[in-house]
Design a protein around this ligand. Structure first.
Ligand code: THU
Length: 134
């Protein structure tokens, strides 16, 4: 599989998960055009709603390191689930901000069962137009 290493990097990211409340560890990784992998994990908070998912941690790391949408080749998300894990609604909106509609997204589990998709499939008809706002 072409993106095996990307899923491996997401698994490594998952190991750093800070999830003392849910005990549900999630990892994500992004491959950049220059060959760099950036990984991330979910980071929870005692005030549960302030928790940050692995997908958003990873995307925010990519952007805060100075990379842009143009640099992102593919993304992977992994958790210890029976079926490949699927991103929450909030993460889908954030993914839509930074990944192109067709950029490959690999949803995986620890057995490396995976499903290849993209944000066009995960979030059809998404909110993306504020050009006419005052
Ligand atoms: N979580 C993620 O990190 N990504 C997802 O796609 C789904 C949920 C996290 C949030 C929380 O820390 C834990 O998993 C349980 O919901």
């Amino acid at each position: 599989m072409k993106y095996n290493e990307l899923i491996e990097q997401a698994i490594l990211g998952r190991e750093k998960s800070y999830s003392p409340y849910s005990h549900f560890k999630v990892g994500a990784a992004i491959l950049l055009k220059n060959g760099t992998y950036i990984s991330g994990c979910n980071i929870e908070n005692i005030s549960y709603g302030l928790s940050n998912c692995a997908e958003r941690t990873t995307l925010f790391k990519v952007i805060s390191e100075g990379y842009t949408k143009e640099d992102i080749v593919a993304m992977a998300v992994v958790a210890d689930t029976k079926e490949p894990v699927s991103p929450c609604g909030a993460c889908r909106q954030v993914i839509a901000e930074f990944l192109k509609p067709d950029t490959p997204i690999f949803l995986a589990n620890l057995n490396k069962d995976y499903k290849e998709t993209n944000i066009k499939e995960l979030l059809p008809y998404c909110f993306e137009e504020i050009e006419n706002a005052d």
